[in-house]
Design a protein around this ligand. Structure first.
Ligand code: ZN
Length: 143
């Protein structure tokens, strides 16, 4: 299978069968993220205990890329410390900008499937929506 179609497959799977698209029972933080240029609208929900993201989910609607990206991100951040999740968000942004190293991109696991988005400027905001929203939430804690 060609690499690119494998990536497309991963995005499709997460869009059609998201593992984390539901309302969390007792989130400690909830934030809505909107990408008006595409109409993507997600409601990101985190449960943070002792600086660790013990559970996370999202709900909302939008294009396949926005939904799949949020789902893949949540796969990655559950069980991580807040600082690690922020570092992964930086890496994801770096991957989109083309500044992340291959090793860094590897740490994103399935979310690395979105690296070709950097060549599709119109879809970048879709891909980063979940990550941007998470970063905003986690930075909020330190205020
Ligand atoms: Zn979109």
């Amino acid at each position: 299978m060609e690499i690119k179609s494998l990536y497309r497959e991963i995005v499709n799977e997460h869009n059609l069968y998201p593992g984390h698209k539901y309302d969390l029972e007792n989130p400690t933080m909830v934030l809505q993220g909107i990408n008006p240029s595409c109409g993507d609208d997600i409601n990101l929900q985190l449960r943070i205990e002792d600086d660790i993201i013990t559970d996370a989910s999202f709900n909302g609607s939008g294009c396949a890329i926005s939904q799949a990206s949020a789902d893949m991100m949540i796969d990655l951040i559950i069980g991580k410390r807040k600082e690690e999740a922020l570092r992964l968000a930086e890496t994801f942004m770096g991957m989109i900008k083309g500044t992340a190293t291959a090793g860094q991109i590897e740490s994103l696991e399935e979310a690395a499937a979105l690296q070709d988005i950097s060549h599709m400027p119109a879809r970048v905001k879709c891909a980063v929506l979940g990550w941007r929203t998470m970063r905003q939430m986690l930075e909020e804690i330190n205020k």
